[in-house]
Design a protein around this ligand. Structure first.
Ligand code: HXC
Length: 262
């Protein structure tokens, strides 16, 4: 399979290997557009179905895991087009169907949908350069792929509110203190560390790993999906606002937004 927005590789020497997926839109800091998310979904499902693969590692570049959903693609939407197309939902949740462990290896920016994508993985290993944030409020929108639901579960309400409301970024050390990431390593060791973790898991029983994943998610998620569904409706609704138009236009034209709060 050839992909344009991601790279795939198989790593490891043991009988069970690691599927490595690298987000690859470097000029846009791996901004997540439909094509990338379609390709990511296909690659994830292909590795999940391949008996020689035990674990999947998802990574980006040194500069960015992903700087969020692709803003110019979202900018023209209105409420009805966002709602009817299911803006973003159809190919964003494929990762949740994957039964094998998925490790996010994050360096640089993991913002908006990039942070949400990392949080949909089973655990996050961060480079000391990683920066996490949910800056959607700056664009006159809100997270649309679980950010308001998963972030508080990961770091607690206060830190989540702080990040979501002020749009500030969290560095790797703060993310580790808050419990968003499981470990922080030197940037040049990120991939090795994630692949080594995957290799360890590959050496254990595959069904045990799949069941652990399923059960931890059960403990963690509860009625999460209800929150995510409500979040998506409001995410769509904000494409009917003036502030979404202003926020995205200001980003695209590299100027400061002038919000009217409408
Ligand atoms: C499209 C993006 C982008 C994005 C960056 N770029 N983020 N393109 N969508 N989300 C592009 C820039 O336009 C620029 O292209 C190039 O990547 C490099 O970015 P710069 O801004 O020049 O780099 P820098 O000054 O280092 O700033 C990096 C940054 C900033 C802090 C990450 O780019 C930024 O704030 N990006 C937006 C982050 C954001 O708001 N994310 C949330 C999106 S909404 P050119 O062509 O100018 O070189 C979201 C909703 C999810 O994710 C909903 C899910 C359902």
């Amino acid at each position: 399979m050839t992909y344009e927005c991601i790279l795939t590789d198989v790593r490891g020497d043991g009988p069970r290997k690691t599927g490595l997926i690298t987000l690859n839109r470097p000029k846009q800091l791996n901004a997540l557009n439909d094509q990338l998310m379609d390709e990511l979904g296909q690659a994830l499902l292909a590795f999940d179905a391949d008996d020689s693969i035990g674990c999947i590692v998802l990574t980006g570049s040194e500069r960015a895991f992903a700087a969020g959903a692709d803003i110019p693609t979202m900018a023209p939407h209105n409420f009805m087009s966002a709602f009817k197309s299911g803006l973003i939902s159809k190919n964003w949740e494929t990762i949740l169907q994957v039964r094998k462990p998925v490790i996010a290896a994050v360096a640089g920016f993991a913002l908006g949908g990039g942070c949400e994508l990392a949080m949909m993985c089973d655990f996050i290993i961060a480079a000391d350069t990683a920066k996490f944030g949910q800056p959607e409020i700056k664009l006159g929108i809100i997270p649309g792929a679980g950010g308001t639901q998963r972030l508080p579960r990961a770091v607690g309400k206060s830190k989540a509110m702080d990040m979501l409301l002020t749009a500030r970024m969290m560095d790797a050390a703060e993310a580790e203190r808050g419990g968003l990431v499981s470990r922080v390593v030197a940037a040049d060791q990120l991939l090795n560390e994630a692949l080594a973790a995957a290799e360890t898991i590959n050496g254990f029983s595959g069904p045990s790993a799949m069941l652990i994943k399923e059960l931890v998610n059960l403990a963690y998620q509860g009625p999460l999906i209800d929150g995510v569904n409500v979040e998506r409706r409001y995410f769509h609704a904000l494409f009917g606002s003036d502030d979404q138009r202003e926020g995205m236009d200001a980003f695209i034209n590299k100027r400061k937004p002038d919000f009217k709060h409408s």
